[in-house]
Design a protein around this ligand. Structure first.
Ligand code: ADP
Ligand code: MG
Length: 461
């Protein structure tokens, strides 16, 4: 029996390992095992409370899914604290993973890992992110101005600085630029940049190695702490608590703290209120989407840096078609650069259109009700089902109204057909919801921001 449990867990681990970076996988799944299995409930033991919260809040769906693939009867997974289990999985590796690949210094799992090699281990900063190559427009000027004034006066009026916005819009670039600029002014300054996912891994490692004091010292002795993508920390209470103490230790000594997130503090449902009020006590600045002319400027500058000559009308084609974010703009530009290196004649606007149409960065034309519902659900950290079903839970009412409003605005769906998508609600309910949101938008700037962030999400997928 015990053997069976153990084997089942090994299959689950093998599946999950494929979807995570190695350090991430090891940190959260080491010393876990199935300790019990009743007909529908699987009990998984985990070595500490941090791992328990993280598995529960972040990996639960994947775990349940993997379990059900082997045993469709499984309905529930419980995570309990238990003594370390010797998990044979960690001696070997999943078959599809290249074992000789270098382990990334931290598990971002996105495009940035490409640049990991140039990371400074002392500060975590990438020297590529500077103010010199950061383009400013109305979409990011507030955040940029705040960032620059921090370089002049760290720990001053803009402490903490909280920067938020959608993916690929320059948050990481901007907040790292502060670190690099501060170091350029004062090479003795102690700067530490860390993505919150990496911070959490460090904490779990420190617990395991009984080196928590050293870790605390590492984070509490800096002049500037830059914590990227804080939304991940918000998923677990214990991590927030740990961060809260670090935050206070720095803040009390007038050390500068910069935080980034995909949404404003008030919209992070799981953010502890004491952290929220700390963040709101500082400066909050958003980065939005660059407009057409700014996108063109960005492309021109980037082409210049790459010392590649592309005609203005070619760049204009890119700027017109790639509207989602700056990372995708860069991606499309790189494709053109490659194409122009491979071809004898200069790239024309026509060729550019073709290249872009086939690229991953091509605009996704098909916006559907489902995409809107998913974007709203993701943004408010709830399930799509909560939003469409008849639940009267208070906190789903507003997200549901917003989803209805967006469907009306973006898809021009009729009121009755929107009602149908929401569990057969009456069209008068839909009209009321749309009017309510439309009305609130007039008076509630926070709601305006939330809608902007949600829009960015569904226009991206
Ligand atoms: P985020 O952290 O918001 O997801 P990044 O900072 O990783 O976005 O930016 C994505 C890419 O776009 C990076 O390569 C970055 O250098 C570039 N980028 C973003 N904003 C700007 C900007 N204002 N000027 C120049 N490059 C930018
Ligand atoms: Mg980032």
């Amino acid at each position: 029996m015990i053997m069976e449990n153990h084997e089942l867990w090994q299959t689950v681990l093998a599946k999950i390992e494929l979807t995570l970076s190695r350090p991430n996988f090891i940190t959260w799944f080491r010393d876990t095992d199935i300790t019990r299995m009743d007909d529908k409930t699987v009990t998984v033991s985990v070595p500490n409370g941090f791992a328990r919260e993280w598995l529960q809040n972040k990996h639960h769906k994947a775990i349940l899914h993997a379990l059900r693939e082997t045993n469709p009867e499984v309905k529930e997974v419980l995570y309990v604290l238990g003594p370390p289990q010797s998990s044979s999985h960690f001696k070997g590796n999943a078959p599809h993973r290249k074992t000789d690949a270098p382990v990334a210094p931290f598990p971002l799992g996105d495009e940035q890992s490409l640049h990991d090699l140039s990371l400074n281990p002392e500060t975590g900063l990438n020297p590529r992110y500077t103010f010199g190559n950061f383009i400013v427009g109305s979409f990011n000027e507030l955040a940029h101005a705040a960032a620059q004034s921090i370089v002049k006066n760290p720990g001053g009026a803009y402490n903490p600085l909280f920067v938020y916005g959608g993916v690929g819009l320059g948050k990481t670039h901007l907040i790292q630029a502060v670190g690099n600029a501060l170091l350029a002014n004062n090479p003795h300054a102690k700067v530490r940049y860390t993505p919150s996912e990496k911070y959490m891994i460090e904490i779990v490692e420190a617990l395991r190695n009984q080196s928590m004091n050293a870790l605390k010292e590492k984070y509490r002795s800096v002049d500037l702490l830059i914590m990227d993508d804080i939304q991940f920390i918000a998923k677990t209470e214990k991590m927030q608590e740990e961060f809260f103490h670090t935050f206070n230790a720095l803040y009390e000594r007038n050390k500068q703290i910069i935080i980034s997130s995909d949404k404003p503090p008030a919209a992070i449902a799981t953010l502890a209120s004491r952290l929220r009020s700390r963040f709101e006590g500082g400066m909050i600045a958003d980065v939005g989407l660059p407009d057409m002319e700014t996108r063109l400027t960005i492309l021109k500058k980037k082409a210049e840096t790459k010392e590649i000559a592309l005609a203005d009308d070619v760049l204009r084609v890119v700027a017109e078609h790639i509207t989602t974010n700056i990372r995708e703009l860069e991606g499309a530009l790189n494709q053109l650069v490659m194409a122009s290196k491979l071809s004898a004649s200069p790239i024309t606007a026509e060729t550019a259109k073709k290249i872009i149409a086939t690229s991953a960065a091509a605009p996704k034309k098909f916006l559907s009700p489902k995409k809107i519902i998913k974007a709203v659900a993701d943004f408010y950290d709830m399930s799509e089902r909560d939003i469409v079903q008849q639940s009267r839970k208070k906190d789903v009412v507003r997200p549901r109204q917003i989803a209805m409003y967006l469907m009306r605005e973006y898809l021009k769906n009729s009121y009755p057909s929107i009602g149908e998508k929401f569990g057969g609600r009456d069209h008068t309910t839909v009209i009321h919801s749309c009017e309510k949101v439309g009305h609130d938008l007039q008076t509630n700037p926070e709601l305006v921001e939330e809608l902007k962030a949600i829009r960015e999400r569904f226009l991206l997928v």
